[in-house]
Design a binder for this molecule. Structure first.
Ligand SMILES: [Zn+2]
Length: 230
């Protein structure tokens, strides 16, 4: 196995409907809200973790390829050379170096994980807005209705407002597995670009079925500077 190429995709993610990527409840501050978004702890700027983006791409593609049923709802972890999911996104079986059993050897035929998704940081334009004191985050109240009393039970969730942009970058390795890198080259289109297209029609973060988290990709280009249409 030898790495023979590197692809790069960069561009911007535009928030179309309020985006909520939760920080988790271990980070509640006194007097803070109970549904905060994830932020850089030093600058307080919201960002999109690479793991959130990659996890969503992977899950949409597993649904698309009909892998969800086979794995009883868990991520595919087969590690087989012909599995586009494990090859591109990685599998826990890739790293079992100590296990020399025949079954294990068959399981790490995929080689190293091809796709690296970087954290997507707030665009320069929106950083400036934030510095100028303009709101790029809102608190939205979502109601649940008590079935007996019919009283609304509002709870606040924090969201990045529509129009805010994040700079994203993906890096993709092309490895020669006795095929001159053909499998990885094809997978870049049918797996990576396909997952981004699926994401445009889905949502990122929490509350997607209630209208949150619609996004778009703009100014996307590859490592040669060629524009890529998603
Ligand atoms: Zn797999």
């Amino acid at each position: 196995m030898q790495q023979i190429g590197l692809k790069k995709l960069s561009g911007q993610i535009v928030v179309k409907t309020g985006l909520h990527i939760g920080a988790g409840n271990d980070k509640i501050e006194i007097g803070g809200m109970d549904n905060p978004i994830i932020r850089n702890p030093l600058t307080r700027e919201p960002y999109i973790p690479g793991s959130s983006l990659k996890g969503k791409m992977r899950s949409l593609l597993e649904w698309h390829l009909g892998k969800v049923q086979d794995n009883k709802g868990k991520p595919c972890n087969c590690g087989k050379a012909d599995c586009p999911i494990c090859r591109v996104f990685g599998s826990a079986n890739n790293s079992k170096d100590s296990d020399e059993s025949k079954e294990s050897k068959e399981k790490h035929q995929t080689g190293p994980t091809r796709l690296i998704v970087r954290d997507a940081f707030l665009s320069a334009e929106d950083k400036k807005k934030m510095d100028d004191g303009k709101a790029i985050v809102e608190e939205k109240y979502e109601n649940s209705i008590n079935r007996i009393t019919a009283w609304a039970n509002p709870r606040p969730i924090e969201r990045v407002v529509p129009g805010v942009k994040f700079d994203f970058e993906l890096v993709y390795r092309i490895i020669n597995t006795n095929d001159d890198g053909k499998t990885d080259t094809t997978n870049f289109d049918t797996v990576v670009l396909k997952a981004l297209k699926l994401l445009k029609n889905d949502y990122l973060g929490g509350g997607g079925t209630r209208g949150n988290g619609r996004i778009d990709f703009i100014n996307v280009k590859d490592e040669t500077g060629t524009a890529i249409e998603l």
